[in-house]
Design a protein around this ligand. Structure first.
Ligand SMILES: Cc1cc2nc3c(=O)[nH]c(=O)nc-3n(C[C@H](O)[C@H](O)[C@H](O)COP(=O)(O)OP(=O)(O)OC[C@H]3O[C@@H](n4cnc5c(N)ncnc54)[C@H](O)[C@@H]3O)c2cc1C
Ligand code: SF4
Length: 649
């Protein structure tokens, strides 16, 4: 028996994804690196070839069993293909496997097509909860629906970055026996502090977070566990595959997604390892891409979902995070601290978090709202500065950083929710924006939105009820109540730090979320950036190499990696805008807001500054897609398997 275990080239932990074959694959065997007698680790690209083969087998199996008894889980490989594989012939595909023929550099390319009942994009809390709930309903009602999840990270959890203080409400509903089933949730919150920082002092304020009953966790690890649970129920998960295209039928209804081609060179030509993308067709498609999902944003625009939901524009923040291992005498498992104020100026909304995890680990981070005005501000440098505060630095001194990363989060809340249903599917989790800002929590609401969507999808596929039921079930759920009660906190800070604190205290302690008004958000984040002439450059301190570090050093800790020779996944809508607008008017803000120094202005031979894009450093945080003053940068998915390799984030 051969077990293929997906793993990224750099990540330390093996993935939950495994395929078991009752046969050996002589052609693949040479490419695999043995780690134990029963399992082998495979580079994502090698795995792609295996999956390509497996997909063909699965389609054949599905085609044969579509109207019969198909029960999800890995199907038996048809004997004909087995034989061919033994013989070392790549594989034989019956004509029914052919999806579409496309033209690629003037050549015809055939793209395989796989049919599922439900296709889910993104193996985060939202996508996996939806997948699990669907399979639970199938079991309860003795119905069989095939469900697959595509994930662009090399493994499930590799792209998940969160705080995370976890509220287990949705998990209690989804998998009530999570404790017995050894979910990686071990550290209950033991204390909950809230400080207002000045440059040298910390003032204690009453904590509005109410974290009793919550847990300090790594969301990346919880998501890996959710992936295992989903697979045990028969969900098929494809890590290392990026959904790059939405598929429509002739009536403009969504009928699935296509993954991007692999093995395409920077100049667009085919490389030796070229593999065409795969079409994953679903009777229903759920988009669970997280904050600023690239396909979700397209769908929101195409179907005018924000207007339909009467939502305002979405607002965002960028979160930067490190996980440290500190000395045992300073560690206090379950201790939770949030701060506001320094180092951010009073007009910039944001704050820090510091959570003591298990095993002497501490999660520390800074969240900076992306509607900041000063183009010279660098969220990365603000984070490095924050760690120098006299109330923070002693905790980290002598410790070791394990990981670094960054990710945006939604802050629009209730006011910015789009109508989440579109013809053929729905948007769930942070792709829609269900994060509760004053709590800084979105995992529980993402999970619940996925579960509710799953119930509506099941109703549509099994009982012919309309998918629009998702919208009404959301409005009747605790997610809606939470977001409604929290709606005025974030916009209150449009007036600055102290008015914001006063207004939000009134909301929290006096009105308790029942005020008769709803405050509006200010300008969209990209419009909030002001011209450089109105500001003076910020002189950030040099990193000390003890608690603060340069970006290159930090990037190494993110495990991020992309094949250099692939088409640019960061696209400039107009290549002239950086030199003609961003640099002269805004002093090139992309070189500062990007937490991975992907954007650099470098002098050419004539001394003229030109934008250089180091796309291989990208952390998939999506800040550039949001903050570019002219909305000139489009973030698209790179080859599947590229990007960060988080393990404890
Ligand atoms: C700094 C920070 C601190 C936070 N702190 C907390 C906290 O303490 N508590 C809390 O509850 N919440 C917290 N959150 C919010 C929480 O992380 C999110 O609400 C939650 O992760 C959203 O889940 P999701 O499934 O919607 O999206 P995500 O967790 O973002 O997952 C989306 C998944 O989809 C994949 N994907 C995206 N696009 C594609 C594509 N096209 N093809 C294939 N795969 C794709 C991604 O790689 C990812 O794995 C925090 C967030 C941040 C950034
Ligand atoms: S290039 Fe964009 S998405 Fe990538 S790390 Fe920089 S800001 Fe984030």
């Amino acid at each position: 028996m051969l077990k293929l275990v997906s793993s990224s080239s750099k990540s330390k932990s093996s993935s939950v994804k495994s395929y078991s074959f009752p046969i050996r694959f002589p052609p693949l065997h040479n490419l695999l690196e043995h780690s134990d007698p029963h399992s082998v680790r495979v580079q994502p690209k090698v795995l792609y070839s295996c999956r390509h083969f497996i997909n063909s087998a699965k389609t054949e199996f599905l085609d044969h069993n579509r109207n019969g008894f198909f029960s999800s889980g890995f199907p038996k490989i048809p004997s004909k293909i087995k034989e061919l594989c033994w013989a070392g012939i790549s594989f034989w595909r019956p004509p029914s496997l052919v999806g579409t023929i496309r033209s690629f550099s003037g050549e015809s390319v055939c793209r395989d097509s796989l049919n599922y009942d439900v296709v889910i994009v993104g193996a985060g809390p939202a996508g996996l909860s939806a997948a699990i709930r669907l399979k639970q309903l199938c079991k309860e009602k003795d119905v069989d629906l095939s469900v697959c999840v595509v994930e662009k990270g090399a493994e499930v959890g590799a792209h998940i970055l969160s705080g995370n203080v976890f509220e287990p409400r949705a998990l209690n509903e989804l998998l009530p026996k999570w404790k017995q089933e050894e979910a990686p949730i071990h550290v209950p919150v033991s204390s909950d502090k809230f400080w207002l920082l000045s440059k040298t002092r910390a003032f204690s304020l009453p904590s509005p977070f109410n974290n009793r009953g919550n847990y300090v966790i790594s969301l990346s690890q919880l998501v890996r566990w959710l992936g295992q649970k989903a697979e045990e129920l028969g969900v098929e998960i494809y890590p290392g595959f990026a959904a790059s295209e939405i598929l429509y039928d002739t009536n403009d209804k969504v009928i699935g997604i296509a993954t991007n081609d692999m093995g395409v060179a920077k100049n667009g030509s085919k490389k030796d390892n070229f593999q065409p993308g795969v079409e994953l067709k679903g009777r229903m498609t759920l988009l669970a891409e997280g904050c600023r999902g690239s396909l979700s944003e397209k769908i929101i625009k195409k179907y005018n979902l924000r207007e339909k939901g009467q939502g305002q524009h979405q607002t965002y923040a960028l979160g930067l995070k490190e996980v440290w291992e500190i000395s045992a005498d300073k560690h206090d498992a379950g201790a939770v601290l949030h701060t506001i104020g320094w180092p951010l100026d009073h007009k910039t909304y944001g704050g820090s978090f510091l959570y003591h995890m298990k095993d002497r680990q501490v999660a520390i981070g800074l969240v900076v709202a992306l509607n900041y005005h000063n183009p010279f501000l660098s969220p990365y440098e603000e984070f490095q500065k924050f760690k120098q505060h006299p109330a923070i630095r002693p905790l980290l001194e002598g410790g070791t950083i394990l990981e670094y990363g960054a990710r945006t989060l939604n802050e629009g809340g209730y006011q910015s929710l789009p109508y989440p249903v579109f013809p053929g599917g729905a948007i769930i989790g942070c792709s829609a924006g269900f994060l509760n800002v004053p709590k800084i929590k979105g995992s529980h609401t993402a999970m619940k939105s996925g579960m509710l969507a799953a119930e509506s999808v099941f109703g549509t596929l099994h009982e012919d009820s309309p998918l629009e039921a998702f919208w009404s079930s959301l409005r009747n759920s605790w997610v809606w109540k939470e977001l409604h009660a929290a709606r005025n906190y974030r916009p209150a800070f449009e007036y600055g730090l102290f008015p914001g604190l006063a207004l939000s205290a009134i909301e929290h302690y006096v009105m308790k979320g029942n005020s008769p008004w709803t405050l509006k958000h200010g300008k969209p984040d990209h419009e909030a950036t002001e011209e450089a002439r109105l500001w003076t450059p910020i002189d950030y301190p040099k990193p000390d190499g003890a608690v603060s570090f340069d970006i290159t050093t930090s990037l190494y800790r993110s495990n991020t990696n992309h094949d250099h020779d692939q088409p640019a996944h960061l696209r400039l809508r107009d290549t002239k805008v950086p030199e003609l607008v961003n640099l002269p008017a805004y002093a090139g803000p992309e070189s500062r807001y990007c937490p991975a120094r992907v954007y650099e202005y470098i002098a050419d031979e004539s001394g003229r500054l030109k934008l250089q894009i180091n796309a291989q450093n990208c952390l998939h945080c999506k800040a550039c897609d949001i903050k570019d003053p002219k909305q000139n940068i489009e973030w698209t998915v790179p080859e599947g398997g590229g990007g960060p390799g988080y393990t404890v984030m």
